[in-house]
Write a protein that binds this ligand. Sequence first.
Ligand code: FAD
Length: 288
Amino acid sequence: MKISSLFNDKKTVFSLEVFPPKKTSEDISTIYKTLEGIKSVKPDFISVTYGAGGNKADLSTFEICKIIKEKYDTPAIAHLTCVNSQMKDIDYILNKLEEIGVENILALRGDKNEDAGVKGDFKYASDLIEYIKNSGYSFEISGACYPEVHTEAEGPVEDILALKKKVDAGAQHLISQLFFDNSAFYTFLERARIAGIEVPIEAGIMPVVNISQIERMVSMCGASLPRKFTKVMSRFADNPQALFDAGIAYAVDQIVDLISNGADGIHLYTMNNPLVANRIFSAIDSMR
Ligand code: FAD
């Protein structure tokens, strides 16, 4: 199923992100437990990261997409980065994806690895999107967007113009970086619509359920931390169970506000934790 068709009615779409386990430290079978644990949530689709967070990029992303599609009868989006790839590498992957029947790709530049040197044929995600579209593949393409501006962008205007290029190149759906301040998302949404970006934009929500997660996430993506959020986190910093419950409650509060404001979709960064996904979705199930 093509993802954009999910946005045809007025309901808010609910999706999840999972990542392949790091092969060096975890057995690949852990992802099967994650998928089994989140199946009762019945997400509209699941996206699977590619080489993110230090994971070595390999074909496990695509194998996991195949399982999501075939075993759980759920649409899957395969993330695909291009910054260190040549056209022949991308062609190999696209052919593999076609072979296993994955229809949706989240086309990304990926984070630059200065040590690896620049060996890629693609500078931006929009180059990858254009390449896929012009090569005759029938994949539907999604892209990433940044409510609080991408860390390397010159500014919000330049970032929105770059996003418009991504959509003009063929992205039919966008998923946002995580944020903790809904007003930042609404401001971004307004700018995007003014710039003529009309595709569905899903809001990325990450429930923060332990302290180390906050430090890691904020240093990686630069999300701002509103006072309400830092108050909650510091109040329960010494009580892991309370922090977990408070992190879930904060995310649910964000989601209820987003649904009330007519968000196209909510994309939940599950961190492969079925308990988090189940707690969030049972709190909002009646609103779906
Ligand atoms: P781009 O859209 O190419 O943007 C990168 C920078 O270049 C931005 O500053 C933008 O403003 C600028 N820019 C873009 N196009 C142009 C242009 N034409 N002219 C001038 N400037 C331009 N990383 C992984 O490694 N694996 C994953 O699976 C993964 N999944 C992600 C999922 C989501 C929803 C998000 C939000 C991010 C994900 N990332 C992932 C991280 C992502 O790869 C990084 O944020 C990366 O730094 C940027 O990727 P991009 O595709 O957004 O890049």
